[in-house]
Design a protein around this ligand. Structure first.
Ligand code: FAD
Length: 451
């Protein structure tokens, strides 16, 4: 039963919102309301053909062994979810080679040749000295990695992913996205340890499903399938479905541009994002090479990442002879039509050697998902503008707490997402103010995303 007043209202039902609700609802039963625009509770998963998967994550979500241990412990012990350790077998396709990814061996040196490697290292030192102010993507990238890698990887990857002239992109991309530099590489070569992925049994939706069961026990209320509400921040009211609900604290995990519209706060329109099509191609051929995840930074490939779920999750074996390839295509909404994306993907899957030309594709089962807010457009000055919006709202409304995961960029940050939001829950319980909260955000804002 909905009440007309809550201590906490949280916008967004997924890992962030649920993590905060989890912490708050342990102390304040019946005092937390979560509002979500989708009507299914697991928007990252979807029910598809029976006998294949009960539910399929929209992409191949996994944890990494380097994740924060408190989060791994929370998932395995408190949520009681089995995490399967799978040796990581990812490959990067670059200039017609498949090499280990993340790059962690002598492979790269061997491929490039010793002479070229030494020359390349010298180049990156040269750029380090030459570019005094490393304020753009290109300058920072070049002074961190050698020209060769810049050309084949960073430059073409950035063009493909952001779809914008490179001079518009700021160096935050390098700070948040890429770790590779000659010294790290040298260290990785020496340490040679194996890397693992951790796959939650039944995939990611199981994490949220289990948190949700706890929240229901803690009497958290949910409103689902609703984004047509009004927020009146001066009165601490949300008008929804004909009722007015008062909040003491409003916590938002939804895109900041959408949130600023709700509260009529001027958004300088710099917080835009590029999205991603994920094609689920049903092909009657197993990949001709053995690894499970493939990265294709070069520009001519329509996709950036291709995963073969059955290679890392036995429960996703198809009963017929088809293999599902999840193919991620960075794009604006409606930038390409579906047939074009399928045809291009098939061409490039063949060129990469993953399939040969004796395949057939099941068009009836093949489907697409579009995820709009994946790549923050890291334009120059974005961070300053973002800071302005955040402190503007936080200063004006002391009981609003903002964050959302896209600051942390794309893959493999679920531990940061959850940790951040547990921390918010704890801060709220201690009645900390939202300006301190903003300082906490900065800590997470500087996280480097893992691949
Ligand atoms: C392609 C891709 C692959 C990824 N792979 C991995 C991986 O392998 N491992 C990993 O650890 N992480 C991965 N991530 C990151 C991971 O998905 C995120 O960290 C996680 O989903 C963050 O959850 P969140 O709750 O913070 O934010 P979101 O996922 O953005 O959730 C926000 C919620 O708000 C809701 N919402 C939006 N607008 C409104 C509104 N107006 N009113 C109410 N609700 C609204 C949305 O429907 C959504 O439920 C990946 C991300 C992407 C995009």
């Amino acid at each position: 039963m909905l009440k007309n007043k809550y201590k906490y209202i949280i916008l967004g039902w997924w890992l962030s919102g649920l993590s905060t609700a989890y912490v708050l609802s342990r102390k304040y039963k019946e005092e937390v309301l979560v509002i979500e625009k989708n009507d299914t509770l697991w928007w990252l998963s979807r029910t598809i053909v029976t006998n294949l998967w009960d539910r399929l994550d929209i992409w191949s979500h996994r944890l990494q062994e380097s994740y924060l241990t408190n989060i791994i412990r929370f998932i395995s012990r408190e949520l009681n979810i089995k995490l399967n350790n799978i040796i990581r077998l990812s490959k990067l396709y670059i200039n017609n080679w498949f090499i280990s990814y993340p790059i962690n061996s002598f492979e790269l040196f061997k491929k490039i040749s010793i002479l070229k490697s030494v020359w390349s290292l010298a180049q990156s030192f040269y750029y380090k000295v030459k570019f005094k102010q490393k304020d753009t993507f290109e300058k920072t990238a070049k002074s961190r990695v050698w020209d060769y890698i810049y050309e084949y990887f960073y430059q073409s990857y950035a063009k493909k992913v952001w779809g914008t002239p490179l001079w518009e992109l700021s160096n935050s991309i390098m700070k948040k996205r890429f770790r590779l530099n000659p010294f790290t590489l040298a260290w990785q070569v020496l340490s040679k340890s194996k890397r693992y992925f951790l796959y939650p049994k039944w995939w990611f939706w199981k994490i949220v499903d289990n948190i949700e069961s706890i929240l229901i026990e803690n009497k958290v209320e949910f409103i689902l399938g609703e984004d047509k509400y009004n927020i009146i921040p001066d009165k601490n009211i949300i008008e929804i479905n004909g009722s007015s609900i008062i909040y003491e604290n409003l916590i938002t995990t939804i895109p900041i541009d959408i949130f600023s519209h709700y509260i009529n706060y001027e958004n300088k329109n710099i917080l835009s994002y590029r999205g991603l099509y994920i094609a689920y191609l049903y092909i009657n051929q197993s990949p001709l090479i053995q690894w499970e995840t493939f990265y294709f930074p070069e520009e001519e490939f329509i996709f950036w990442r291709v995963s073969i779920p059955k290679r890392f999750d036995k429960s996703s074996q198809s009963e017929d002879n088809y293999t599902i390839y999840t193919v991620e295509i960075p794009a604006w909404k409606d930038e390409y039509d579906y047939n074009y994306m399928i045809e291009e993907s098939l061409i490039w899957l063949q060129k990469s050697g993953l399939i040969n030309n004796n395949y057939s594709i099941d068009y009836d089962n093949t489907f697409f998902h579009y995820e709009p807010n994946v790549y923050p457009m890291y334009k120059i000055w974005r961070e300053t503008n973002l800071d302005d919006v955040l402190s503007g709202i936080h200063n004006k409304y002391k009981n609003i707490y903002i964050s959302w995961r896209q600051w942390l960029f794309l893959h493999c940050n679920v531990d940061h997402t959850m940790d951040l939001w547990f921390e918010l829950g704890n801060n709220l319980l201690e009645n900390d103010n939202n300006l301190n909260w903003q300082k906490v955000l900065n800590k997470y804002n500087n996280c480097v995303v893992r691949d």
